[in-house]
Ligand binder design. Structure first.
Ligand SMILES: [Zn+2]
Length: 174
């Protein structure tokens, strides 16, 4: 493996880890944060090389092929539970994302063609129920019927948990 695959941040940390000056060496928290960030930015190129991408990454460290990493594109990751289909939908400000049978084949007829609308607005999603049967949202361990609500941008660790009629799903984001 080439060192470049680690990404510049980890390379810098390793260098400082072997510094002669003990005070310059990174502490456990700094290692932990950098490693978590690296995991989130880990990619596998078509050639099989795994690497950590950062803003300066323009070539695969394995085969040298030019690569293009869209750092700015954020996605909602929609997963039907317990092991249903997953969807990745690009998040664009003021562009509504509609979930329902129209664009998610395989859902049962109790889910409407257009069931839930997600409107990203300055980093916060507005959820709006537009279906026939209810949408439920889990908040602090309780299911509530959703009409319209602003929610915090979900993460992988803290997804939005919903029921579209009888289908349970999580919405996270990258
Ligand atoms: Zn490659």
């Amino acid at each position: 493996m080439k060192a470049a695959a680690l990404g510049q941040e980890l390379i810098d940390l390793f260098d400082r880890g072997f510094s002669l000056d003990p005070l310059a060496r990174p502490g456990p928290d700094e290692w932990r944060r950098a490693l978590i960030r690296a995991l989130h930015n880990c990619w596998v190129h078509d050639c099989g090389q795994a690497f950590v991408a950062d803003k300066t990454t323009v070539n695969c460290p394995g085969c040298g092929a030019a690569i293009f990493i869209l750092q700015t594109v954020s996605q909602l990751k929609i997963q039907f539970l317990p092991a249903g289909p997953r969807y990745g939908v690009e998040l664009k400000d003021r562009v509504p994302i509609v979930l329902g049978r129209n664009n998610m084949p395989g859902l049962s007829p109790v889910v409407s063609g257009r069931h839930l609308e997600i409107l990203p607005s300055q980093g916060k999603p507005l959820l709006r129920h537009v279906g026939r049967n209810p949408t439920l949202i889990l908040q602090k361990g309780q299911w509530y019927q959703l009409k319209e609500a602003w929610v915090d941008m979900p993460t992988i660790a803290e997804p939005i948990q919903l029921r579209l009629a009888d289908h349970e799903l999580n919405i996270g984001s990258n």
